[in-house]
Design a binder for this molecule. Sequence first.
Ligand code: 16G
Ligand code: ZN
Length: 545
Amino acid sequence: MAEFEEVAQKSKLHPKPEGLTLQYGTAGFRTNAKHLDHIMFRMGLLATLRSKKTKSTIGVMVTASHNPEEDNGVKLIDPMGEMVAATWEEYATQLANAEQDHLLAALKDIIEKEDISMSEAASVYIGRDTRPSSAALSQAVLDGVSSLGGKTHDYGLVSTPQLHYMVCCCNTKGRYGSATLEGYYQKLSQAFLQLTHNVPNRTDDQKRLLLDGANGIGALKMKELEPFIRSELQVVLSNDGSSGKLNHLCGADYVKVQQKAPQGVSMGVGERCCSFDGDADRIVYYYTDSKNCFHLLDGDKIATLISTFLKELLTQAGLNLQVAVVQTAYANGSSTRYLEDVMKVAVCCTKTGVKHLHHAAQEYDIGVYFEANGHGTVLFSKAAQKQIVELVKDSNVNDERKHAAKLLENTVNLINQTVGDAISDMLVIEAVLAIRGMSVQDWDEIYTDLPNRQLKVTVSDRRVINTTDAERRAVTPEGLQDAIDSLVKKYKNARSFVRPSGTEDVVRVYAEADTQEGADRLAHEVSLAVHRLAGGVGDEPKPLH
Ligand code: 16G
Ligand code: ZN
């Protein structure tokens, strides 16, 4: 077939190492950059097919997020800016693992199964993070697209959420915004300035925010955004990539996992600080108090702040729209209790991984979703957006309702609804704190986190662990859940679960209890149960203390 001649030729320049198999995991392919050239070329092919199938522009982002600098990865973005559909994740794995001689057969198999018309035009948007390997790898994606005759637009260095935004703008014919970096900065900054510029009595201290850019793309993009928002927010940027290594001793993942401040940021007592991850789709906040104690405000605290703000505005606006918060099993028990019991907000729990939370959030008028690790956003249904916009325009409405509706409208515009976006989330949080006149301490005190601990256990095959109830209960191996249940009973306010990681070859263990010592002990005891009942490898886990 002549139409695949170019694929056959070009694929020889991006050969697959024999025997290497990789999975399209929770967040795309991710591994050491040296194994990824053929994957990139093939994802260029697959994105082109997906584009022909959906008759829309598709995105391909080259990044490995919070992984070390030596790694890289790739993920596909569907027409509305969401993660690629699950069946296509499987095609991605098949195409990636086809040996060199079988590549064309694997490609044709997908074309047949999906009944793709190859005469259809194709358009693919490409972006990449700041890793040294990213430029060459994104070139391989471009090669893949062009060898199937697809059109490309290479955005070069962009954050992951910026590329999601571009794809959505393109496929909504500009209704979501204009598909340029300038358009992104204009949209966000206008909404942010509208929300904040009338807030009275804001001091310079309140307008100051320390930001750890993880030495990644987020730092670069914040420098571009800064002139647009300067009058209302002074961002003091550290780990801006000029000297340090990406994600090394800094960034959102480091801060969340280590529960300590990143290196390279000098924090004064009570100063508000935040960290992005390596591709700027996650954010966490933190500060140290006068006793030099570190306080982390993670995705749960962010979800609580934003959902509370939205709920109050809806009441003031007299709009009857349901706000729900979507969490995972990792959400701190105190946050769930606060949302359900105090705020009377519906809370729903899904499996780990952004796509699960995103889909669940689409079920509500307003779905706020955040993983504890700081990835999240807010989705407004079409109907909800329409009601808000109509109320703003309605001339028979009193000032208080109109003001609340206006704040809601600007919040909708400020939030990147396609995916969690550190820059957009940061601006939402800063606007809410300003409007509510809250310090980072006030925010932190909304509820107190239950002490918790996360551990990992290495087993010979982590697939022996199967879970149910949004990963909160293990159904196999036999006896494991019973063992966890009886261990949990020994502690007050305790909870624990185990799940196989989707990104690392380990089983993850989570425990929380009323004291740190209790959480640590429970996590250790559950780790021992995993090691004994699920085929642990090496020595038994040692106690933490
Ligand atoms: C990926 C997911 C993240 C999830 C994490 C869990 C996306 C874009 N990212 O990074 O949401 O929290 O995996 O990792 O979906 P784990 O399965 O190793 O615990
Ligand atoms: Zn990320």
